[in-house]
Design a protein. Structure first.
Length: 310
């Protein structure tokens, strides 16, 4: 019998208890899933950073910590965490992100806001690029989410460049890496999508210097992490016209304060961290299958590299 501790906010327990128990049974695991196991008896922790567990030292028997979140920046540097940490890679999370990113990329490519927000009786015939192949897109971050978005946009005809810290090879995607690769990836890009993890190396990766590399009138789409962008530099770039519009789903402080200048800027769209959500049914299957791997003596999937922070 495996003792599995569910450490998340109470509403998450209501969402996950039934599907996670079902997934554990399906994976062939006999488990006692609870919010109240004594620390020294716990085999696995299903973990959300805003849950009750913050000190991992008492969990001496724990084989792995399974995150309910794709991002692990709030726990990866926890000095008490010595157990293996697995981030969540959920197919439904990926599908949702692809849909959100594709939708907003097409929105900006086609200039939809000009029509949707100006129903004023004036007939405006705008000329757009005839096809997507005239609109270079750069994606910063080629993990599971970034790679899936890159492939989807390529299928729509966009020329896609991807940048990552380490070298990647994705068919039909121009893949760059390193400092020089970042500058090349951003140079003359017309749409930039941010799907990087939040680490000291990625904070403010879009700043006054790098924003200036983009094609004038470019678009920014950020469903990744708020600190990837220097807020003041972005506002200055929007005011100057260097950036035509930014659509942001993530912010340094969430919820975004009501008096934040992003809300009132005419060239900025705020969405409330809704680009994609974890689905309890599919996330539970990923977590249960990963535990089954551990019980079979296999290497856990989606292990976090502590030195990189993701």
């Amino acid at each position: 019998m495996l003792n599995i501790l569910f450490s998340a906010q109470p509403p998450r327990w209501d969402e996950y208890a039934a599907p996670l128990n079902a997934a554990l049974t399906k994976a062939g695991l006999t488990a006692n899933l609870s919010r109240d196991h004594a620390p020294e008896t716990v085999d696995y922790i299903v973990f959300a950073p805003n849950g009750p567990v913050t000190d991992f030292r008492p969990y001496t028997r724990t084989k792995a910590v399974m995150s309910l979140w794709a991002g692990v920046e709030t726990v990866v540097d926890n000095p008490t965490l010595t157990q293996p940490l697995c981030k969540l890679v959920d197919p439904s999370l990926t599908d949702g992100m692809v849909e959100w990113v594709t939708g907003h990329t097409l929105r900006h490519h086609l200039g939809m806001d000009d029509h949707v927000t100006r129903q004023d009786g004036v007939w405006r015939n705008f000329i757009y690029p005839p096809v997507a192949k005239h609109r270079p897109v750069t994606i910063l971050g080629l993990g599971a989410l970034g790679a899936a978005c890159a492939e989807a946009l390529h299928r729509l005809g966009f020329p896609v460049t991807g940048w990552s810290r380490s070298a990647k090879d994705i068919p039909n995607i121009r893949c760059l890496s390193g400092d020089a690769g970042l500058r090349e990836a951003l140079k003359d890009a017309e749409i930039v999508i941010l799907l990087l993890p939040q680490t000291p190396a990625t904070e403010n990766i879009l700043n006054a210097e790098t924003l200036a590399l983009l094609a004038r009138g470019a678009f920014i789409i950020n469903p990744g992490r708020g600190p990837l962008i220097d807020d003041d530099a972005l506002i200055a770039a929007l005011d100057s016209g260097q950036i035509a519009h930014a659509t942001l789903d993530v912010f340094r402080t969430e919820p975004l304060p009501s008096d934040h200048p992003f809300w009132a800027h005419p060239a900025l769209t705020v969405t409330p961290h809704i680009a994609s959500s974890t689905r309890p049914e599919t996330a539970s299957e990923v977590i249960a299958q990963n535990m089954a791997r551990g019980e079979a003596g296999q290497r856990f999937l989606y292990l976090v590299d502590r030195s990189r922070g993701y």
